[in-house]
Ligand binder design. Structure first.
Ligand code: DGL
Length: 265
């Protein structure tokens, strides 16, 4: 048994979509979440920069006594996970676009992937697509500007709708039946995306897979928590408290949860 918190981080608030699933799945675990909103987006940064930022955050999460780290960011996983796993002994779980399940589930033989530039250009993305989607046509679209819209509380804006139509319409025209949301900010846009697809395209996001992997690692490393009054502390390196508030209400996090939002200084 280990009642220390699980550490989660993202370039910003997107990883809260992963945290929400972990919160539902692990009733006796506490969490420390780090949103690096000051340095968001990571999608345009070099691997070296992302490795440095991620190392800084992991050091901080270890100081907060975290027992396991979830990188709730596809872009940071693509750029940094191998180096981070070499550097740290703490278990680290990463996240990557669900191309394999999409290609296995597709009936039309055509799937869409919406992800950041960093994720799409990462080596891992290419090898995963080649390996797991051999017999599937994959329409890949970089979601330019979408992370910015979410980080700036603009989820419901006209600009966000326009961007989504621009990215999703070609996928509809090509008869994709699954769209992989390859960035943890994008599940916050699901209701807008569903309006465009009229709910006819399945959207895949990986938070359940992450929960499964987390359960496996907690067990393997004897780290399962038994907190009776658990807590989440959310740190942000930005000054986006109101955005975090909006996202927490959007995610409908149970109001009985103990959640504290703090500025990282
Ligand atoms: N949520 C991050 C991801 O999953 C966004 C990356 C970015 O900041 O560009 O990739």
């Amino acid at each position: 048994m280990n009642n220390n918190p699980i550490g989660i981080f993202d370039s910003g608030v997107g990883g809260l979509t992963v945290w929400k699933t972990l919160l539902q799945e692990f009733k006796n675990e506490s969490f420390v979440y780090f949103a690096d909103s000051k340095n968001c987006p990571y999608g345009n940064k070099t691997n070296k920069e992302i490795i440095a930022l991620s190392s800084f955050i992991i050091d901080f999460l270890i100081e907060q006594k975290c027992k396991l780290i979830v990188i709730a960011c596809n872009t940071a996983t693509a750029a940094a996970i191998n180096t981070l796993r070499e550097k740290y002994s703490i278990p680290i779980i990463g996240i990557e676009p669900a191309i394999k399940p999409a290609s296995l589930l597709s009936n039309t033989g055509c799937v869409g992937v919406l992800a950041t530039k960093g994720t799409v250009n990462g080596n891992h993305f290419k090898t995963t697509s080649e390996k797991f989607a051999k017999n599937t046509a994959v329409i890949t679209q970089i979601g330019y500007g979408l992370v910015h819209q979410v980080e700036n509380n603009l989820i419901d804006s006209e600009e966000t709708k326009k961007l989504l139509i621009r990215y999703i319409q070609p996928m509809i025209d090509n008869k994709v039946d699954y769209i992989v949301l390859g960035c943890t900010h994008y599940p916050l846009l699901i209701s807008e995306i569903n309006k465009i697809t009229k709910g006819k395209i399945h959207l895949l996001e990986p938070s359940q897979a992450i929960a499964k992997q987390t359960a496996k690692k907690l067990k393997e490393h004897c780290l399962i928590g038994e907190n009776t009054s658990r807590k989440t502390t959310i740190y942000t390196s930005g000054s986006n408290f109101s955005v975090i508030e909006t996202i927490l209400s959007h995610l409908q996090v149970n109001k009985f949860e103990q959640i504290e939002v703090k500025r990282f200084l």
